[in-house]
Design a protein around this ligand. Sequence first.
Ligand code: FES
Ligand SMILES: [Fe+2]
Length: 446
Amino acid sequence: MTIIDKIRTVDTSGVPFAMKDRLHVPRERYFDRGFFELEKERLWSRTWQMACRLEEIPEPNDFTEYEILDQSILVVRQQDGSIKAFFNACRHRATQLERGAGRLAGGKFVCPFHGWQWNADGTNRLVYGKTGFAPECLRPDDLKLRECRAETWGGIVWINMDPNAGPLRDALHPIAGKLDEVGIEHMRVKWWKEVILNANWKMAQEAFLEGYHVMQTHPQLTMGMGESYPADTGADYLVYENGHACFQRKDMGAGGFATVDQMLGFYNLLAQGMDAQILDRDIHVLETLRNNLKPGEDVMAASARVIREYNEATGIPMPAGAELKPLYWGGDAFVFPNVFFLPYYSNVLAYRIRPYNNDPEMCRFDVWSLTTYPESHPPVRAKLLGRFDKEDADRWGLIPRQDFSNIERQQRGLHTKGYEGHRLSTEWEGGIANMHFELDRLLSRE
Ligand code: FES
Ligand SMILES: [Fe+2]
C-alpha cells in the first residue's frame, strides 16, 4: 500500500472539496473562503511551522515577529541561548508588544500604551499604579505572557499554537533525517528576500513540488534535452508520510555531465539565474577541474571531490558521506506544510510560502540563499533585504522570475468557467497530491 493509499483511508466526508483521488485537485481548494477558514482553524493553528531562522535572533534579548493570518508570535532568544515564543498581546488591553525584529532594550518588553513591562522570559516585571487594580487582575501567573510552543531543527525555530501537539521531530519525520545527511544544520543565511503573489499559498508552492515545468518554464536549464525532459533526467519523485515529499537524482555523482565545460556551463546558468544553490565560490572551485580531472574520473564525482577538498581546507563543515546522498546533488525537499529546501553541495535554496492579508488568493513568499560558512566565520544577524516586485529584474534572478510568472496566471485561470480542477501526473506530480491528502487528514480532525 502506498503512503497516499494509506492516507486515503481517513474519513474526509466533513471536508469541503476534499480530494477524491490522487489524479485531481478541486479548484475551490485554492479560493473558497470556507476551505480557507478551515485551514486557519485546523491546519495553521495546530501545525508545526517555520517561524524564523535561528540567526535572525543570535543574541540574548533578540526577538522577531512571526505573522500567520491573524496571529502574531514573538520569538525571543533567552539569556541561556534557548528560545521562547509568545503570543504578541499585552495582558492589559491587547496592544501588540513589538513589531518586526529587534533587540529588547534593557532586556524587557515595554507596552507602548500604559507601559507595563515583561522580562524576556515572559514574566511580568512592572505594572504602573498597581493599587488601581483588583488583586485578582494582577496574579503573577496570569500576568505572564502567553507562551506558544517552540522547538528548533535545521537552524530554524518552529512554532506550534497547539499546546497538545506532538514533538516537532515526529512531525518532520522522515524528511528531516534526509536533510540532516546533507548538513542542513550548518547552513546560514547568505541573503533573504520576499515577494507577495496574488495566488493561494498552495498554488504558489506547487510550482516547486515538481520538475515537470522546467522544460517550458526554464528552457535554459534543460541542456538541450527538449521534450525528453523530465522523463530522461533520471530523477526519483518520492512522497512520504506527514505530507512531505522530494525529488532527487537517481544516480548520485555519475552520469550528469559529459565534460567539465558542460558542467560549468550549467552551473553558471544556475549561479547567474538564481544566485543560490551554486555560488561564485563553487564556480571558482569547480573551474580547477579544467586542469585537475583525474584520468577516467566522472565529472560529477570529481565535482564532489574538489568541493570536499575545498571545504576541508577552509574549515567548512559538511557531514561525512554527504556526497553519497542524492539530495546533495540538486534535490528538492518539501517539508509539510510550506517549506522547501533545495540543496546543492554546501548550499541550500529555501522557500516558505504562507497566506497573506487573510486573503485566500494572496500569499507571502520568502526566499533564502543559505550556505555553509567556515566555522571561524563570525555569526551575522540575518535580515530581510526587502519585499520586491515579482518582476524586479534587479532583485530577482531569471529563474525565480520565470517561476513567479506562471503562478498568478494559474490563480486567475482557476476562476474560468468550465475549469473544474487540476489533473496531476502520476509520475511527477505525486508530491502535490500527497500534500493535499495530508491537508485533508488534518482538516478532518475535529
Ligand atoms: S495595553 Fe499594554 S499596558 Fe495597557
Ligand atoms: Fe521552477
